[in-house]
Design a protein around this ligand. Structure first.
Ligand SMILES: [Zn+2]
Length: 477
């Protein structure tokens, strides 16, 4: 069994004006791919792995056309060079948007299908926030997606997809994929699997699996993409068409029936209300999620609205991690540790974001390996702010260790996040979520909606739903 492995993995808000460029992608090729921890699950299989290329970027705006074309061209060249092999496994996210193109994964996966021909098995793994089109389903044989958000089952999901692929190769079974679209889009922040009803909906998925039904998935989809394919859906991999349609319809109906029960997990509200609550809270650290500007959801990450509010309130003992602002970081490196200078922070990438000019003291500088990795920690009255040269989250304790900061020592920690990462959820006392502005703001019913399918909640009114199972064009049995 020689199996070619690769893929492309990112999530793009079509409301962001900041296009992703080639330098935003972390690209693994050849042995770098097989030796990377992300693909270490492959060592559990007896298959011979043929590493192609895997490109991954922090979520953001649409991928520039040049960048996408360059990555796709290289991928297809590597695919051609790697022949012969017996099957293909693609590790995808599923919510990529390319500037001027809809259904980018449909384009990518269709190109792979065209290159390998109609007989070869293609397996994919997805983030449950991917938008799955029928075009994609028509090109693949095996599908698996995360069943947790926050995503703590990444390796399990990739393993599940790959295991189905090796099973099919060994047994000669040809599974097929069934999809049932559910016209209801939700933000990830109201569908965390830590909270109901998502918790129970996802916990029930494995019970629908059987000898015929290999894998059952529920895709929440990605709401900040104004694309025709944007939708929730049930996706099932099975060796029997009727069993697949039944399972997918069941998942779709359960999701539809729970549609009014999805809520934000933590205490959530406008920024000022959340700051009022934080001010009256004796425990620490209160962790406030600046949800409209969350880079891991596609937000720009350069907004200074919360900083501005903390300055107005003369807040003491707060840490903001972080704000992306390369010019501000450059100015800090020019001035040096200990210097005090006037600095403008915010709106360095998206002019729509808030901007603050204030006196800062430079506490520490962190050069990283490249200019893009530089970070500066500055003090503004009672607030410590981490400035980053590139777009990035601060969701893991290790992000703070490297800066010599202990998030637990602050009364208020502000992060650009939606639902908290497992690391931060453990120390939050408590967690609050501010409904802030930004390109992934949570007021989704008011998002501009031009391209989504007619009758999609919450953009249009809809009272009824009947599952329409759509089999992959490749489904044989
Ligand atoms: Zn996700």
């Amino acid at each position: 069994m020689r199996i070619a492995v690769g893929g492309i993995h990112t999530e793009c808000s079509t409301y962001s004006p900041v296009l992703m460029q080639i330098e935003d992608f972390y690209v693994m090729r050849g042995d770098d791919l097989t030796e990377h921890e992300y693909f270490s699950f492959l060592q559990d299989f007896e298959a011979e792995i043929v590493p192609l290329m895997h490109a991954r970027a922090v979520p953001g705006g649409p991928v520039s056309r040049d960048t996408y074309d360059a990555l796709k061209t290289e991928f297809l060249e590597r695919l051609e060079t790697a022949k012969p092999f017996d099957a293909v496994y693609l590790a995808m996210h599923g919510a990529m948007n390319v500037d001027g193109m809809f259904d980018a994964e449909g384009d990518w996966i269709s190109a792979v299908r065209a290159a390998v021909g109609p007989d070869m098995l293609i397996a994919v793994s997805y983030d449950l926030h991917g938008n799955v089109s029928q075009r994609i389903v028509d090109q693949i044989d095996i599908f698996a997606a995360y069943r947790t958000a926050p995503h703590i089952d990444v390796a399990e999901t990739m393993t599940a997809s790959f295991a189905m692929l090796t099973r099919a190769l060994k047994t000669g079974w040809r599974p097929g994929v069934m999809r049932v679209a559910v016209p209801h889009l939700l933000p990830g922040e109201r569908s965390s699997t830590e909270d109901e009803p998502a918790k129970s909906l996802y916990a029930a998925l494995p019970d629908l699996e059987s000898a015929d039904v290999w894998r059952t998935d529920l895709m929440i989809g990605y709401v900040w993409a104004d694309e025709p394919r944007a939708t929730a859906c049930a996706v099932v991999t099975a060796t029997n068409r009727t069993a697949a349609a039944d399972a997918a319809s069941m998942i779709a109906n359960r999701f539809w029936n729970a549609r009014d029960e999805f809520r934000f997990g933590p205490t959530t509200g406008p920024l000022n209300e959340m700051l009022d609550i934080a001010a009256q809270t004796a425990t620490k650290p209160v962790i406030l999620a600046d949800s409209g500007d969350n880079p891991t959801g596609g937000g720009v990450g350069d907004r200074a609205d919360v900083l501005s509010s903390l300055i107005d309130r003369n807040w003491q003992n707060a840490l903001i991690a972080g704000i992306t602002d390369r010019p501000a970081v450059d100015a800090c490196f020019d001035a040096g540790i200990g210097a005090t200078l006037p600095l403008t922070i915010g709106a360095s990438l998206d002019p729509a974001g808030g901007r603050v000019t204030c006196q800062v003291k430079i506490c520490s500088l962190h050069p990283g390996n490249t200019t893009a990795e530089r970070q500066a920690v500055v003090q503004i009255d009672g607030t410590t702010v981490v400035l980053a040269a590139r777009r990035r989250p601060y969701h893991n304790i290790s992000d703070f260790d490297g800066l010599g900061l202990d998030p637990k020592s602050f009364g208020l920690l502000v992060v650009k996040s939606g639902y908290l990462s497992p690391d931060l959820a453990l120390i939050a006392a408590p967690n609050l979520m501010a409904l802030t502005d930004g390109v992934v703001n949570q007021d989704i019913a008011r998002l501009v909606n031009i391209n989504r399918a007619e009758g999609t909640l919450p953009f249009e009114q809809r009272d009824s739903f009947a599952p329409t199972p759509q089999a992959s064009a490749r489904f044989e049995n």
